[in-house]
Each structure stands twice: as C-alpha cells, then as structure tokens.
Design a protein around this ligand. Structure first.
Ligand code: ADP
Ligand code: MG
Length: 280
C-alpha cells in the first residue's frame, strides 16, 4: 500500500443538537486509511454517517474524539486549516449551492483567488480546470443557463482549480439525469487515472462498482471494506443493510436462482456478458 493521504484513527463525531436529544453519535469509533492515488467508494443507507465522515476529511467538521490526518496534518490543527482545504477538495450533491458567481469562469477562479494565487497562474488554472470538465466553451455563460450536469462540472472545475491531491464527492450525481450522471462519472474516473485520490460517496451501486475499493457504512461504523468484487459478493449482508447490488450482480443472482452457475464475483455488465458467452 502507498502511504495513506488520509488517515483516520478512532474517529467519533456527535452533533451538538443530537447530544442534547440524547441520540447517538453520527460517527462512532471509525478507523480508515485512504491510500494516495486510490479510488474509494463509500456506500451506506441514509443517516449512516457518510456526509459527516466526508466533512471530517477537510476540517469542515472537527472530531469529537479520535483524529483525522490529511497528508500528515491533523485536521484540528488550526494553523494548517488552509493547507488541509488545499489538499482535500469537496464536491457536494447540489451544484446550485456550490456556485457563487454569475459567470462560469469567475466561479472557477473563486477558490484560487481566496488562496491568494497570482492572477496569471489563476488564468492558467481556470482554463485547465474548465477544459478538464469539457466546459471551456461555456466559460462566459451564467451558471443559471446550464443544465444540472453542466453546473456540477463547473463545481468540479472550481475544486480542480485549487489543485487538490484528493477530491471527496458526496453524492455528486444524486440530482442529475442519467446523461449528467454518466458525464460526472467519466470525469471522476479520468481524475483518478490522472493520479488524484478520489473518495466517492454514492447510493448508486453501479458507480461504487467502478472504484478500487468499497467501504460500507452503517450507524457511524464501517461494516465492510474490500474490492467491489469482495463486497458485492455478500448480497445477503448488503440487503440486511438496505443496500442493493450493482445491476449486473443482481441479474447474475437471478440467473443463479434459475440454475445457472454464474460466479458470485460478477459485478459488471462486461463480466456477465463475457461469462455468458464463454459458457455457451
Ligand atoms: P448520510 O450522509 O450517510 O445520510 P449523515 O452523515 O448525513 O448520514 O448523518 C448521520 C447522522 O447524523 C444522522 O443520524 C443524521 O440525522 C445526523 N445529522 C446529520 N447532519 C446533522 C446536523 N447538521 N445536525 C444534527 N444531526 C445531524
Ligand atoms: Mg449524506
């Protein structure tokens, strides 16, 4: 394993309002190392603590117990706050909440401007970031003229312009139509190929199946952690956690019930098609 870019030790987090009501912690004693350059998907039912974990990864929330280290910096070290935010960028579900300017390119420049990057360098970064998400031609437009998928691409460009080593996506496709969703997944996969560390929180199991590693959360803890093949071969445990399987794995399970000897580790359409053709 490469060095972890994010190292989480015995993390607990309790919201102040939950403490008053006596409800439990949102994160309860969680350990997780995220390898530099890896693509990790995090899945789990609503309320399992995924977003709370995400916000602990770049000091939007600070641990109630335990510690989160980003590239060797503890997130509760106030002096390192901007270095931490520069290292780990965050993309959320609703692009409307992430766009702040009335012109696309100004929006993308907002992050590096706040970091005090010099103007010539900002220009370069904005153009590169808009090209990376195929939005350069729309750079002079108002964000309100864009589709949901395009707005989310601009939000991603805004994060890219800060040149983070790691990007955490919290359900980035949840509000998009299928074509917008596909575009965002393609961008996420290309960022990973180019060497970024990617953490993708999603409730689409087909998206999670494309990661190197799938972490399953429940009640603020990690229930499973492995390759997509390993995790999605535990259909019963997942269904006990109210989680589905990727479409191809679901279909493979149906074929098995009908008497075909489909292996349990088939999780994508390509694998299923290959197996069916080979077993004709
Ligand atoms: P997920 O993203 O997996 O749906 P969250 O991290 O949003 O889960 O929520 C985990 C738990 O923390 C839930 O019980 C939720 O009700 C609670 N929670 C989330 N955000 C807040 C908040 N701002 N204030 C109080 N409780 C919260
Ligand atoms: Mg959430």
């Amino acid at each position: 394993m490469n060095d972890p870019i994010i190292s989480i030790k015995d993390l607990s987090f309790t919201y102040a309002s939950d403490e008053e009501e006596g409800s439990g912690p949102a994160i309860a004693g969680l350990d997780l190392d995220i390898e530099a350059g890896s693509f990790v998907a995090i899945v789990g039912r609503n309320g399992s603590g995924k977003s709370t974990l995400a916000k602990n990864l770049n000091a939007l929330l600070l641990p109630s117990g335990g510690a989160v280290c980003v590239a060797g910096m503890r997130t509760d070290d106030e002096d390192r706050l901007w270095d931490i935010r520069k290292t780990v960028g965050m993309v959320f579900q609703n692009p409307d909440n992430q766009l702040v300017s009335s012109v696309v390119e100004d929006d993308v420049a907002f992050g590096p401007e706040n970091l005090g990057v010099d103007p010539a360098e900002i220009r370069k970064r904005v153009d590169a970031a808009l090209n990376a998400v195929s939005m350069y031609e729309h750079r002079k437009k108002g964000p309100h003229l864009l589709s949901g998928g395009q707005k989310q691409r601009v939000a991603i460009a805004g994060v890219l312009a800060m040149e983070p080593e790691c990007i955490v996506f919290d359900e980035p496709t949840a509000m998009l139509d299928p074509s917008g969703r596909k575009e965002i997944m393609e961008i996420i996969e290309s960022l990973h190929r180019e060497g970024k560390t990617v953490v993708l929180i999603t409730h689409f199991m087909d998206e999670a199946a494309r990661a190197d590693r799938v972490v399953v959360m429940n009640r603020g803890k990690i229930m499973m952690d492995g390759t997509p093949r390993e995790v999605f071969s535990h259909a019963e445990e997942l269904s006990g956690l109210n989680l589905e399987l990727p479409f191809a794995a679901e279909l493979a399970a149906m074929l098995r019930r009908d008497g075909l000897d489909v292996p349990a580790d088939i999780i994508d359409e390509e694998g299923l098609a290959d197996w069916l053709c080979a077993s004709k």
